[in-house]
Write a protein of this length. Structure first.
Length: 103
């Protein structure tokens, strides 16, 4: 399994409780594909550089997870169908070398 990071933008109108529920749904989708969520980080509200679909800002979150590389395309397709998600970008995370190898 490879390590990935997903940056997800939710609508800025979401309340904290709604955002928590939406993040749990995203984690559930990853686990349905056989993945394992390692961390969730909420980055808060951020303004966009320009209007996107008439929105000026969004609620950002980053999820770190492990999943088989062949499951990324189905995950992205599922996220596009989710109306709670404004945008999503998934990138393969680089893994740090072991501590003794760096010395």
């Amino acid at each position: 399994m490879n390590k990935y990071e997903a940056m997800i933008i939710f609508p800025e109108s979401m309340k904290d409780e709604q955002l928590d529920v939406a993040l749990e749904k995203v984690a559930g989708e990853i686990e349905k594909q056989g993945g394992k969520v390692e961390n969730k980080t909420r980055l808060g509200r951020r303004a966009f550089a320009r209007l996107m679909k008439k929105h000026a800002a969004g609620q950002y979150a980053v999820l770190g997870f492990r999943v088989d590389g062949s499951k990324i395309a189905p995950l992205q397709a599922r996220f596009k169908l989710n109306e709670e998600i404004f945008r999503v970008q998934i990138v393969r995370a680089t893994e740090a070398p072991p501590a003794e190898a760096a010395a």
